[in-house]
Write a protein that binds this ligand. Structure first.
Ligand code: NAD
Length: 331
């Protein structure tokens, strides 16, 4: 029996995580849950968006399924995601993007993976208000973090039978920071001669991903660029509602959808839970429950192929009805 830390989060988190939880249970996975609160709603209740007990639970269990969390604005709190990632050193943000038959999208047969560095870059939270007309942010790139994320990308490519790794950067302008990242990537690539390697400047990569996504396989990027291409990439396969993700470290991993708390549609039973469901399938595979994870992925694929999907994908099902359809397809 594996205990999993479960965080519903804010907005549609309650709906999509309830869906993923029901589906994990129906898959036959031998798990139990330790429920914790985090996010803006938790902040209203307890005065802070995340408590040390949440971090301790994830560290102890080694694995968590998390809904999207909003950051209280103007209260001086760090994002819950940044807090979890930093404190548990979840240095990899893994975002596979896969097309499904039946889901309308710009392209068919997309199978890309984005490996985003999760602990540094412009997201370290060091910002300074110099005066009312000037604000500054610090960007940190280190050799250690760059090498380990690129190593992870190549190891992942090797394990998954991928052909190519592309490093994304802006080293032509940020010569020192992105220059260091790119040099580290080039060095690491030499250790993996069986995998092709190239690099692309972030703005060119954005255009190219839209025009020619088949030219990419695994993309590895510093934090901000990885964030941007993850959302862009999700649009290639049907949007934010179908893009799963994982934050992975040496000792713990947190699985969560790419999308946010979507306050505009929260509580209406119209959110697409697929991203959370596929994140939970990634989680089961990560903890060695390969069959249960695959059973979930296959059931989602069957739903889509049958035209069973939520409204934003062109279907007629609500979040709960889609959840039931996935469970039916697992039987
Ligand atoms: P968002 O992803 O919540 O929403 C963007 C758009 O996509 C909205 O129109 C929304 O309705 C739609 N959408 C998102 N997920 C959907 C789903 N599952 N099904 C159907 N439609 C969906 O992005 P946002 O509006 O920029 O952010 C809202 C809040 O979420 C912010 O507070 C932000 O900080 C937070 N956020 C959290 C995470 C996280 O916890 N991992 C990630 C991104 C944003």
């Amino acid at each position: 029996m594996q205990t999993i830390t479960l965080i519903y989060g804010d907005g549609i988190g309650k709906e999509v995580i309830a869906s993923a939880k029901a589906i994990v249970e129906a898959s036959g996975a031998n798990v139990d849950w330790e429920v914790h609160e985090a996010g803006a709603e938790a902040c209203d209740k307890y005065g802070k968006p995340i408590d040390d007990a949440v971090i301790a639970s994830i560290a102890q269990n080694g694995v968590a399924l998390k809904g999207p969390t909003a950051t209280p604005i103007g209260k001086g709190f760090r994002s819950v995601n940044v807090e979890i990632r930093k404190r548990l050193d979840l240095y990899v943000n893994l975002r596979p993007l896969r097309s499904f038959d039946g889901v309308k999208s710009l392209y068919e047969n997309i199978d890309l993976t984005i490996v985003r560095e999760n602990t540094e870059g412009l997201y370290i939270g060091i910002e300074k208000q110099v005066d009312e007309n000037r604000a500054e942010a610090t960007k940190v790139i280190t050799r250690q973090a760059s090498e380990r994320i690129v190593n992870y990308a190549f190891d992942y490519a090797t394990k998954m039978g991928k052909q190519k790794v592309t490093a994304i950067h802006k080293a032509n302008i940020m010569k020192l920071t992105d220059g260091l990242f790119l040099n580290c990537a080039k060095e690491v690539a030499k250790k993996y001669p069986h995998i092709a390697f190239n690099d692309k400047i972030i703005d060119a990569a954005c255009m190219d991903l839209v025009l020619n996504p088949y030219g990419y396989d695994v993309l590895v990027a510093p934090n901000l660029y990885g964030d941007i291409i993850s959302d862009l990439g999700s649009a290639l396969v049907g949007g934010l509602g179908v893009a799963p993700g994982a934050n992975i470290g040496e000792k713990a991993a947190v699985f969560e959808a790419v999308h946010g708390s979507a306050p505009d549609i929260a509580g209406k039973d119209i959110a697409n839970p697929t991203s959370a469901i596929l994140s939970s399938a990634m989680m089961l595979k990560h903890i060695g429950m390969e069959q249960e994870g695959k059973r979930i992925e296959d059931a989602v694929a069957v739903c889509f192929a049958n035209g069973q999907m939520t409204g934003e994908l062109g279907g007629t099902l609500g979040c709960k009805a889609f959840t039931n359809a996935v469970i039916q397809n697992m039987k």
